[in-house]
Design a protein around this ligand. Structure first.
Ligand code: SF4
Length: 357
């Protein structure tokens, strides 16, 4: 458990991100956490590099609606303070904090405060002895590092932990996770670290995290982008939605558009994606520019729009033709239809046509 969120076993795969505000600035950090919560984040990590951060952590933990993971590097005292401040999890590598006595103190603080621990092995910060042994970061080195850290916790009868073996090279990361999954049965936190900017990092993460999830490996994910944390959350959910692992919000089916389009598909989809972010109910919406593929997709989605001639477009509800709309006011009209459908699905406590498809 990370706070009240289960990770591992049959629990849904959770989506995480990490704040990039100064943690000591509690107000700014809470603001950013709110935006991530609105995007659906399950767990949030905040860095605690100094004592000002762990002081602010108390206020942040109280304000957050999701569990907080305190990210600690080297300074074991920050881990003790973070556990005391109410962090639900400590991201710390017990092998990197010095003496056995310090490891004891951190484990005892975690036990006393009901904190989990996340071991976060990273190819960029592998232990010196492993780099010397293997010559370079490789899957075997990442796995050995993870097993060493795990042993330190297990030797102290601590079992509430999850593990990551991240690398920016996705071949390395995927191979390391595969090897680790063969050797341990604790929950695995997936990530392709430092994946890059929004477009490149999204593709890389989708391939790396997506491949592992497809193999059945992974219990919680963090997409690492040089982009705002709420964008990482959205990309994380898109990966889960694409694999049919977890549905949240509107799954949009839309065409790339071409000369046959009856309306501006690209602009319409951009506007709808922006305006429909508040919808949490799993459902589907197809937006296609013409009758070539529009009716077929509309039959499989909860709401479908198919472009027609002379600015007159067909609306399908639950796969059936329902009414026409014009260009004018089209986006407002679709938003209202989606909101109404989401409310209807929620009221029925049922599953949408498209969400099940
Ligand atoms: S659905 Fe119609 S408008 Fe969209 S890409 Fe296909 S042919 Fe072009």
């Amino acid at each position: 458990m990370i706070g009240n969120v289960p990770v591992g076993g049959d629990a849904p795969v959770t989506v995480q991100t990490m704040t990039n505000t100064a943690t000591s600035d509690a107000v700014a950090t809470i603001d950013q956490i709110r935006r991530c919560e609105d995007a659906g984040v399950d767990i949030i990590r905040v860095s605690c590099p100094d004592v000002e951060s762990t002081v602010a952590l108390k206020q942040i933990v109280r304000a957050a609606r999701v569990p907080i993971v305190a990210d600690i590097h080297f300074h074991y005292k920050r881990a003790l303070e973070a556990a005391d401040a109410g962090a639900a999890c400590l991201r710390i590598n017990p092998g990197n904090i010095g003496s056995a006595e310090r490891v004891n103190e951190v484990v005892n603080a975690a036990k006393a405060n009901g904190c989990a621990i996340r071991i976060g092995v990273n190819a960029g910060s592998l232990e010196k002895d492993l780099l010397e042994k293997y010559g370079e970061p490789c899957p075997e080195a990442l796995v050995e590092s993870a097993l060493d850290h795990i042993k330190l916790l297990q030797d102290r009868d601590f079992h509430e932990f999850k593990v990551a073996v991240k690398a920016s090279d996705l071949f390395l990361a995927v191979a390391a996770y595969q090897q680790l999954a063969d050797q341990v049965d604790c929950p695995l936190h997936l990530g392709i670290t430092e994946a890059g900017g929004f477009v490149g990092g999204t593709v890389k993460s989708a391939i790396g995290i997506g491949s592992l999830l497809w193999y059945g490996i992974g219990d919680t994910i963090r997409v690492s982008l040089s982009a705002e944390p709420e964008e990482e959350v959205r990309v994380g959910f898109e990966i889960l939605k694409s694999l049919g692992i977890r549905n949240r919000g509107v799954r949009v089916v839309s065409c790339p558009s071409c000369a046959r389009q009856g309306f501006d598909v690209i602009r319409t989809v951009q506007a709808l994606e922006e305006r429909l972010q508040h919808i949490r109910t799993p459902m589907s919406l197809s937006v296609l520019g013409c009758v070539v593929n529009g009716p077929g997709e509309a039959r499989e989605t909860d709401i479908g729009i198919t472009g027609g001639g002379a600015g007159k477009h067909m609306v399908y509800l639950s796969g059936v033709t329902d009414h026409h709309i014009q260009d004018e006011g089209m986006i407002d009209h679709i938003v209202k239809l989606v909101e109404a459908k989401a409310a209807q699905i929620e009221a029925a406590g049922g599953i949408a046509v498209g969400a099940a498809a």
